[in-house]
Design a protein around this ligand. Structure first.
Ligand SMILES: O=C(CO)[C@H](O)[C@H](O)COP(=O)(O)O
Length: 208
């Protein structure tokens, strides 16, 4: 299972600093949606230039104009880009078409899809995405009683390649691996840690 760090900071120096602190222990460097909105698509190029040996993931969460937005990320140097799994099928198809053109990959982010999630995961998988990200966003995580258990159960049932995002920590990452995820995404557990390097190292260790 790969470890993906979500660089959920809002300025480029902070993103470069965090990437530098954790790169040794992670496989994928994700530019979080707020970072891209704050800095612009050029942030993708800056992270890729600093870490050409890492997969760079642009979390655009595209909701429309899939081909155009995915192409922007790939032109900037992204290896993977997200499109909303809740978007129109043609938006997902458009992003996938851009992926084929650039030889890069598209991930369907299932954030906000809660009802019939397994059925929608299977539908978007057929549209040609590399994998789906089964995801509880920060607002959902903040609700009382939140756990990642339903994400893991849907991953087990879906029967397609998936990643998990939703507040993964050192005490839950092994369950993510055991559910069969190809990628575990961790944001807050790393960027909120007193020592992000140690946090990334510990997550990688618990995922092994
Ligand atoms: O895309 C995101 C929020 O929409 C986050 O990057 C993702 O949820 C990972 O961060 P965390 O581990 O803090 O949940």
């Amino acid at each position: 299972m790969k470890l993906q760090v979500a660089l959920d900071v809002v300025d480029l120096p902070a993103a470069l600093r965090l990437a530098h602190q954790v790169a040794e222990h992670v496989d994928i460097l994700e530019l979080g949606t707020p970072l891209v909105k704050s800095v612009g698509i050029g942030a993708v190029s800056a992270i890729k230039a600093a870490h050409p040996d890492k997969l760079v993931f642009a979390d655009l969460k595209t909701a429309d104009a899939g081909e155009l937005e995915a192409a922007m990320a790939f032109e900037a140097g992204a290896d993977l880009v997200t499109v909303m799994g809740a978007a129109d099928d043609d938006t997902v198809r458009g992003a996938v078409a851009a992926g084929r053109k650039y030889g890069k990959e598209v991930v369907a982010d299932m954030i906000t899809v809660v009802e019939d999630r397994v059925a929608r995961i299977r539908e978007v998988a057929k549209l040609g995405v590399a994998f789906v990200e089964i995801h509880a966003g920060l607002d959902e995580q903040a609700r009382p009683g939140y756990t990642i258990d339903t994400l893991l159960e849907d991953g087990r049932q879906a029967g397609v390649p998936f990643s998990i995002a939703g507040g993964i920590k050192t005490d839950t990452i092994a369950a993510v691996r055991d559910a069969g995820a190809t990628v575990a995404v961790a944001g807050g557990a790393i960027y909120n840690a007193p020592n992000p390097t140690t946090a990334a190292q510990q997550l990688k260790k618990h995922a092994a």
